[in-house]
Design a protein around this ligand. Structure first.
Ligand code: ADP
Length: 453
């Protein structure tokens, strides 16, 4: 079954609850009022029969009744019978054809066809006369008819009421959950745009409507503010440190170069200087990556795009990398479609490809192969760097784009800082493209980048 939203669930619960409450209230009301109506009908019948005794007299030993005896008050009919059941005077309602046995002073409910009657008999002996029975009859069905009409009316009104309750419930729930929707939207926007400057801002202009959800949103905004501050400080720190390190590293490199150019310096002393130079170069590379990323974060990193024959450029980079790959006995193959022209920033495109190829070489096995391909597909160019190396586990795959993330630090030396792929991703996206990675441990990895033409 499709999952229902909280809004719909709450509306259903609210509506069902309200219908139950309404039905219970109506049920109690009807049962009380029906009992009340029937009790009052019985009382009226009893009183009327007892009072009618005054209308029954004897004249010359013969029983007679007044004209009042014939009048039907509140639906009560009166009749006088002899003890053996012989009808003397009075009126019997239409439809009451039975002649039940007399039962003195007792109200009975008698059902006849589809009508019900209350019958009350009272034995009476007038002066100098024989005992007679005065019988009062009134219709139960007529008495019940009034609230039956109300009941039928309620049956019609109930679905209408349920509809109104559902509508009110839905509006109410929607209004109540609106802030939750806004919080969710804000969080989603922060996730997609990676923009921590967004706020829920529910409390804006709602000085009097503050409830628990508004306080939650407010707390959330405060937390976002703190997070933004922390991230801002972290970025600033990275940027400042990179700047500060750039000059000493350049000085170290310059000094190493100067020392190494000294002809008189013995080879024994040159060796450690070469090592220092190599490490300083790695450091310079790392600083350059960090600076690029922090400039990108601040939106200050500009691209210098120009229309290039990207096929040629890719081929040149592949050949250059082949020399480095040979150290590891790795072979680089290319499958590059000719003369694809695209507007890219040349230095950034080189950085993207060099990073992907050097990773493929680093993480490939001895005598492994790396394949570089480039083709045009619709309005995009699709580039691919594939290797048959160690691969990446599925759980690590989503994280490889994160800064300083390295799957297994023991496999590589300090030159691998875990910044390369973050930079590659930024370059692809800054060109309006994207990059994806597919991999299977022990089988190899494939990095595919797409750039718009
Ligand atoms: P690093 O400088 O450590 O190579 P990257 O950002 O380039 O940093 O890569 C992040 C991590 O992704 C690496 O540490 C490595 O574990 C993994 N990785 C990248 N490319 C490959 C590849 N071709 N094969 C296997 N693992 C790779």
């Amino acid at each position: 079954m499709r999952r229902l939203s909280l809004k719909v669930k709450l509306t259903i619960v609210y509506t069902v609850f309200m219908i139950l409450v309404t039905c219970t209230a109506l049920g109690i009301l009807f049962s009380l009022s029906s009992r009340e109506v029937l009790t009052s009908t019985q009382n009226q019948l009893e009183t009327r029969v007892q009072e009618s005794v005054e209308d029954v007299e004897t004249e010359d030993g013969k029983v007679e009744v007044d004209a009042d005896f014939y009048s039907v008050e509140n639906g009560i009919y009166l009749a006088v019978y002899e003890k053996d059941g012989y009808f003397l005077y009075g009126k019997v309602p239409y439809g009451f054809d039975e002649q039940p046995e007399f039962s003195d002073g007792e109200i009975r409910r008698i059902r006849e066809k589809n009508k019900e009657w209350y019958v009350y008999d009272l034995s009476y002996r007038p002066e100098q006369g024989k005992t007679v029975y005065i019988r009062g009859i009134t219709s139960v069905t007529d008495a019940e008819e009034s609230f039956r009409i109300t009941l039928r009316f309620s049956m019609i009104i109930l679905p209408l009421l349920a509809g109104v309750e559902a509508f009110i419930g839905y509006r109410f729930t929607r209004r109540t959950l609106l802030p939750v929707k806004k919080i969710t939207e804000t969080v989603q926007n922060i996730r997609t745009d990676a923009d921590l400057s967004r706020r829920v801002e529910l409390t804006k202009g709602r000085e009097h409507g503050r409830d628990e959800i508004y306080y939650l949103a407010h707390t959330f905004d405060q937390m976002l503010g703190q997070l933004e501050d922390v991230f801002q400080r972290e970025k600033q720190f990275t940027s400042d440190v990179s700047h500060e390190l750039r000059t000493p590293v350049s000085v170290i490199l310059a000094q190493c170069e100067a020392c190494l150019s000294e002809r008189d310096l013995p080879e024994r002393q040159k060796e450690p200087i070469r090592l220092i130079e190599r490490k300083a170069q790695e450091m310079a590379g790392m600083i350059s990556n960090l600076l690029l990323l922090s400039r990108a974060d601040e939106g200050r990193q500009k691209l210098n795009k120009e229309c290039l024959n990207i096929s040629e450029l890719t081929q040149i980079i592949a050949e250059e990398q082949q020399m480095l790959a040979e150290e590891k006995n790795v072979n680089i193959y290319t499958d590059i479609a000719p003369d694809i022209f695209v507007k890219v920033d040349e230095s950034f495109y080189i950085r993207l490809l060099v990073n992907l190829i050097s990773n493929a070489v680093t993480y490939s096995k001895e005598k492994g192969t790396v394949k570089i391909s480039l083709k045009r597909k619709g309005e995009e160019i699709v580039g691919m760097v594939e290797d048959d190396g160690i691969g990446i586990a599925q759980k690590d795959l989503p994280h490889i784009w994160e800064r300083f993330y390295r799957v297994d630090t023991s496999r590589t030396d300090s030159s691998h800082s875990g910044l390369g792929l973050s930079m590659v991703k930024w370059i692809a996206e800054a060109h309006g493209g994207r990059i994806e990675a597919e991999s299977e441990p022990a089988k190899g990895s494939r990095f595919i980048f797409y750039l718009p033409i």
